[in-house]
Design a binder for this molecule. Structure first.
Ligand SMILES: Nc1ncnc2c1ncn2[C@@H]1O[C@H](COP(=O)(O)OP(=O)(O)OP(=O)(O)O)[C@@H](O)[C@H]1O
Ligand SMILES: [Mg+2]
Length: 493
């Protein structure tokens, strides 16, 4: 059995595809597993719903949400420090346990071979490597001990799930995934004759999601409550948590229909010091306070369509929990009246798509063809004689290049008698020929070409960079005189 895991900012979900049938592996038809962590000395580590339940009142300070957006952070709870990697590991372990018990309940008793984890469209090698390390942390060290077969961009996973159900429909779609922490979009094409060839035309991401809609409501509710009660609530984690929960349930209430129409007013209720307070909010106010968030995501779709021949796409597929908000669908409809709009399995499609992809992650199939999500280039001196520390990066592979791709560039030695040329290869989202070197950034790989002694300054060597469909980057440096070196590395594609 190969699992697909949608590791979300707010919710995570496992799925499996067996004999062309996909099922979400959650007991009791739940929405998803909250990607939430909690620790105190008495309870120990709690994840998911148990964490949410424990993290109330004063204990809210021990609750950690949205760790996916803070992969370099640490979190201190009840005097103990946890790294983000540990927290991601705990969450993935909980997802795995849930998946295995739901699979057993459905009489799927196969052994777990590995997982594919979906990630935002703009996650780079380092972020994926971080998630891989968290997922592969051995069971003996308290980790999930999973084998990561690969990664897939969230909207691309949703596209695979969508195509499985309606390939005859349209062959080129734009998927809009508005989740809890990020908004991702991808234009994906299916080869309808083969049915099992998919091409990612382009993709993009904004760091905007349901949590930002929550934050607008939280501020609104908090200000009203402070005014009504005369109590300062900002610095109190227990009240902040209460207000957050009231904001989320108000937001969800706006997505509910009363009869034929969506609710146009909602009352958030919060208890403070034993007294119950109410904050009335209209859907118009809610729409206004969050409009700039929605607009940011709509601008991203506009840019993607403009860049990739808008006429070739006639359908927008909306997924992600936040696509349940009527203002989102109405907003997109208004701006793109010519497009057919569908909300497709907003909560499940990404996990299902990841599980479909898991079935093809065998290093042989070119089931899914993508473009380079980043640019790759080597550092060098702008002018060594003027300033040896003034460095630039020359991009060989450009973001957006169709994979596989090979590019080359000629570099020269800077000093007489130089016996080695070192190329540090950097990943970036910069779509330019060259850019100023950013000190402190880690290269994705390094290649050192040894040269014979006595060569004059200006001796040339050619660097070749290749990036394959399944994310192998290969660097070859060759001086044309019989000295060459090759280095390969698997990037997380
Ligand atoms: N009916 C609804 N109305 C409004 N918002 C909703 C509804 N259902 C879910 N959401 C919101 O959707 C978000 C969760 O969506 P989803 O599970 O797709 O995100 P995620 O995968 O956790 O995050 P991301 O993909 O950004 O990492 C939350 O902010 C949640 O409040
Ligand atoms: Mg998501």
């Amino acid at each position: 059995m190969k699992l697909g895991i949608d590791f979300g900012t707010s919710f995570s979900l496992p799925a499996v595809t067996v004999l062309d049938t996909s099922v979400v592996l959650l007991p009791g038809g739940k929405y998803g597993i909250p990607s939430v962590f909690y620790y105190d000395e008495w309870e120990g580590v709690l994840v998911g719903e148990a964490a949410e339940n424990a993290g109330q009142g004063e204990e809210a300070a021990n609750l950690k949400r949205e760790i996916k957006l803070e992969l370099n952070s640490t979190f201190t709870a009840d005097g103990r420090v946890f790294t983000a990697r540990q927290i991601v590991g705990y969450i993935l372990n909980h997802v795995k346990e849930n998946a295995l018990s739901a699979a057993r309940a459905k009489l799927i008793n196969e052994e777990l071979e590995g997982v594919v984890i979906s990630v935002p469209a703009a996650f780079g090698h380092n972020e994926k490597e971080f998630i891989r390390e968290a997922a592969e942390t051995p069971v003996e060290e308290g980790g999930p001990g999973l084998k990561v077969l690969g990664f897939i961009k969230e909207p691309v996973a949703a596209a695979l799930a969508y195509f499985k159900t309606s390939l005859a429909d349209k062959t080129r779609i734009l998927v809009y995934d508005l989740g809890g922490g990020t908004c991702d979009a991808a234009i994906v094409e299916a080869d309808s004759s083969l049915k099992e060839k998919y091409t990612v035309i382009d993709s993009d991401m904004r760091r905007v999601g349901g949590k930002d809609w929550d934050a607008c409501l939280e501020t609104y509710i908090l200000e009203s409550l402070e005014q009504q009660s005369g109590i300062s609530l900002k610095e109190n984690p227990g009240y902040r948590e209460k207000i957050k929960r009231a904001a989320v349930s108000a937001k969800h209430a706006f997505s509910e229909k009363v009869g034929e129409k969506y609710r146009d007013r909602v009352r958030a209720r919060v208890e403070i010091n034993g007294k119950s307070y109410q904050v009335p909010i209209t859907s118009e106010e809610f729409g206004k306070m969050t409009f700039s968030l929605l607009w940011d995501t709509i601008e991203m779709i506009m840019a993607l369509l403009k860049k990739n021949d808008a006429n070739s796409v006639s359908q927008i597929i909306c997924v992600g929990g936040s696509s349940n908000m009527p203002q989102v669908i109405e907003g997109i409809k208004k701006i793109f009246p010519q497009m057919e709009l569908r909300v497709f399995e907003p909560e499940k499609s990404i996990a299902i798509g990841a599980s479909i992809y898991a079935g093809y992650c065998n290093g042989k199939d070119t089931f899914l063809s993508d473009m380079a999500a980043f640019s790759y280039g080597s550092d060098c001196c702008r002018n060594y004689d003027v300033d040896p520390n003034d460095k630039i990066v020359i991009n060989l592979i450009q973001r957006g290049d169709r994979l596989p791709v090979t590019r080359q560039h000629r570099f020269i030695t800077t000093r007489d008698g130089q016996t080695r040329m070192r190329f540090d290869i950097y990943e970036s989202d910069k779509e330019v020929q060259q850019y100023d070197f950013v000190p402190g950034k880690q290269p994705v790989m390094q290649i050192v070409l040894e040269l014979p002694p006595g060569l004059p300054k200006g001796t040339a060597a050619v660097l070749y960079l290749t990036l394959t469909t399944d994310g192998i980057i290969e660097a070859v440096a060759d001086d044309g005189n019989g000295h060459s070196i090759k280095v390969q590395k698997r990037l997380n594609y």
